[in-house]
Design a protein around this ligand. Structure first.
Ligand code: SF4
Ligand code: SF4
Length: 308
């Protein structure tokens, strides 16, 4: 048996934690650190799952950590649809990704936001539970750390992991960044706003329905995988770009192709008959890498963005 008692468990014995972020935010690294702390320092067992594809900066990603006490059979894998703990790396992911769905009663939601817990509760449509708001973006900037550090600090604290044990692991993991990370850790615990809500009109929202696993029951004849179901043809990346799309001037473009070499999702650049033809604003993630590399010629730059 584990010495550490989990604050919540589902019918299979798991405490489910779900981190929702964008590629590049460090959610995967933060989730791995959390899992390591839980398993190696608090004697827990469990499972880890990261859905990303987003070494491609900017795409919506998520990480699931399931903790259970040692001796509990680990019979569930993949992302959790029923979190006891939710960590949202951006409050504007809540509505488009429907992050309120599937939350357990009395869930704990840690949100990178300058909004009040009351406002975030309405965004989530939270039935009951605790909202902790922390301005992780500002803390990361001021402490020269990363956004995952303040959010993981608050998460570990809410899980009941002693702060001293968690900070010892972080210092050992990244000795060169210890000062910045400790500044972020302490700023998050000292600067977060926490409020607990009882049930008050919002019904508990049903979990999101996943496509389910591919296996012998739903495989096409000959073992073919239904490409249309699983490809990214209909993907809409506007969540990540938040409406930011480069401006393209066809008259200036030399079709040199340099933008293609850096685009984090090349489907964002539309090419026809060997020439650059525009931006697909549903596919573009607004990372602006193409704008950075597009050559500045006598005629100007073909790809620009007004950062102001
Ligand atoms: S880098 Fe600029 S000039 Fe070159 S193809 Fe892309 S948009 Fe055109
Ligand atoms: S088109 Fe440009 S801004 Fe859009 S995803 Fe590609 S590189 Fe990023």
């Amino acid at each position: 048996m584990s010495a550490f008692k989990l604050p919540a468990r589902d019918e299979l014995g798991f405490c489910n934690i779900f981190l929702s972020a964008l590629g590049g935010d460090g959610a995967n690294m933060g989730g791995k650190l959390l899992f390591k702390i839980g398993c190696t320092h608090f004697g827990l067992d469990g499972g880890y799952d990261a859905r990303y594809g987003s070494e491609k900066k900017g795409t919506a990603t998520d990480v699931s950590v399931r903790f259970c006490e040692v001796g509990t059979p680990v019979r569930q894998a993949g992302p959790t649809a029923t979190p006891h703990f939710l960590v949202a790396f951006h409050d504007d992911l809540i509505a488009p990704l429907e992050l309120g769905r599937g939350l357990q009663l009395n869930a704990v939601c840690i949100v990178n936001s300058i909004k009040s817990p009351e406002e975030v509760r309405h965004l989530l449509g939270l039935h009951s539970g605790t909202i902790v708001c922390v301005d992780a973006t500002k803390i990361a900037y001021q402490s020269k750390s990363r956004m995952n550090m303040p959010l993981i600090a608050v998460l570990c604290h809410e899980l009941g992991f002693p702060d001293t044990d968690v900070t010892a692991v972080i210092k050992k993991q990244w000795p060169k960044a210890a000062e910045s990370n400790m500044a972020a850790f302490n700023a998050a615990l000292g600067g977060s706003t926490r409020e607990t809500f009882s049930s008050n009109g919002y019904p508990r929202q049903s979990p999101q329905v996943s496509r389910g696993p591919i296996g012998w029951r739903n495989m096409l004849n000959g073992g073919t995988i239904d490409a249309l179901t699983h490809c990214t043809l209909n993907r809409d990346n506007r969540i990540a770009g938040r409406g930011r799309v480069p401006k393209f001037d066809k008259g200036v473009c030399t079709s040199c192709g340099i933008c293609l070499t850096v685009c984090s999702d090349p489907g964002g650049l539309l090419w026809r008959d060997g020439r650059m033809d525009g931006i697909d604003d549903a596919f573009c993630k607004g990372c602006m890498r193409c704008v950075e590399v597009c050559p500045d010629t006598k005629k100007g730059k073909a790809l620009t963005f007004d950062y102001a």
